[in-house]
Design a protein around this ligand. Structure first.
Ligand SMILES: [Fe+2]
Length: 388
């Protein structure tokens, strides 16, 4: 999304004859969002894009949500989340609503098939592990801390460098993009943005395969997975250009915005989607007012549910929360530092915390899958030892 990019060979003029060495035509595909008025790329394939040998239904992907029950803050530990399968099959949704779902994937193997999500953007936060994302737009190597942003319609495959990996996965039927307020009218990131185009990695190596064979592409759309068997390699693109392609931003390249006094959560915003935002809490200096309180004040998320995935470091305002935990602070109930955390923060100069936050503007449901990971004692953590 962030800017125009081009890989491989494309004809000088769009929608004109572009021929293979044998004289046959390359097959042009215009891939665009929002009809023909959103982001778009034009790809040139060796084979006709709709060519599919067989189709098969692999079942529903609809998430089963539990009754939320009485309003309360909730926490889930994912340190011991089950390991196994490939990145897509290992993913389990823990919470979500109609705007976004949040899940964990702890794969132990690379994908033997190709995958395309036709109904949602996906952001894969690479917490542990490294590997390669291959797509028809080219390849992107990924490492810990990367947010891989994958637009709908991208056919991709992920391979792992290590026998284990851990991902926090955000999936949304809306586009996931840099916040509007950080971009000028041309789309360029502004000087006060917490990252710039130079921090964004784009596909570099274009793979072009012209071989025939048996290739499985799993397509997610209409809340189900369809298996498409192709008689040719899905990465048959000789060239493409445009604004639509997968890209990566690493959380460690986020430039934290700090101030004289405590800065509010929007300073951590990294991406926006429809009715939700994604924020990055990164190591940073605290406020420098001599009477400053580094810990946040209690706050009411009016019209907003807040989810935090705790990746690294000691999250200063939370007690009883461990690495890999996920908290859900729903709307309708204030939250903030637990007893003692505010006092303990005074005089601290910096934090080494690393966390990903997703704020949704409509209530989130908790999936049945998440219940076995719940820390039921979390709601009582504001009572313990408060002396109040
Ligand atoms: Fe909060």
């Amino acid at each position: 999304m962030p800017f125009y990019h081009k890989l491989g060979e494309v004809p000088h003029k769009r929608h004109t004859q572009f021929r293979k060495p044998d004289g046959g035509l390359y097959r042009e595909e215009v891939m665009g969002l929002e009809g023909f008025s959103g982001l778009e790329s034009i790809l040139y394939h060796h084979f006709l894009p709709p060519r599919v040998k067989t189709v098969e239904n692999l079942g529903s992907t609809q998430v089963e949500y539990a009754d939320f029950g009485p309003l309360q803050h909730r926490a889930f530990q994912t340190a011991d989340f089950p390991i196994g399968g490939d990145p897509v099959s290992a993913r389990r949704i823990l919470m979500g609503n109609k705007d976004v779902t949040l899940g964990i994937s702890r794969p132990s193997e690379s994908m033997p098939y190709y995958y395309r999500n036709g109904q949602a953007y996906e952001v894969w936060f690479i917490h542990e592990g490294s590997g390669l994302l291959r797509s028809q737009f080219g390849s992107l190597a990924f490492v810990s801390g990367d947010y891989i942003v994958i637009p709908y319609g991208t056919t991709w495959q992920m391979s792992l460098n290590e026998p284990e990996a851990r991902f926090f996965v955000i999936e949304s039927p809306s586009q996931i993009e840099p916040p509007t307020r950080y971009r000028n009218k041309y789309g360029q990131l502004l000087e006060h943005a917490p990252y710039c185009e130079r921090d964004i990695r784009v596909p570099e190596e274009l793979e072009t395969h012209t071989d025939h064979g048996e290739f499985e592409v799993r397509v997610k759309v209409r809340d189900r997975i369809s298996r498409h068997m192709l008689d040719h390699h899905p990465f048959d693109v000789v060239g493409w250009d445009g604004y639509l392609y997968p890209w990566i931003f690493n959380i460690n390249d986020y430039e934290p915005i700090t101030g004289l006094i405590h800065q509010p959560p929007p300073v951590h915003q990294t991406f926006q989607g429809h009715n939700f935002v994604v924020c990055s809490f990164v190591p940073r200096l605290f406020d420098y007012h001599p009477q400053g309180i580094p810990a946040p004040y209690s706050h009411s998320n009016v019209n907003s549910d807040e989810v935090i995935y705790y990746a690294e470091g000691n999250f200063m305002s939370r007690t009883g929360i461990d690495r890999f935990d996920i908290t859900l602070h729903p709307s309708g109930l204030p939250h903030g530092p637990q007893p003692g955390a505010t006092e303990a923060s005074i005089g601290k100069e910096r934090t080494d915390e690393l966390a990903v936050m997703v704020d949704t503007f409509f209530p989130l449901q908790v999936a049945v899958t998440a219940l076995e990971f719940e820390k039921p004692e979390y709601m009582a953590s504001w009572l313990e030892g408060s002396g109040e």
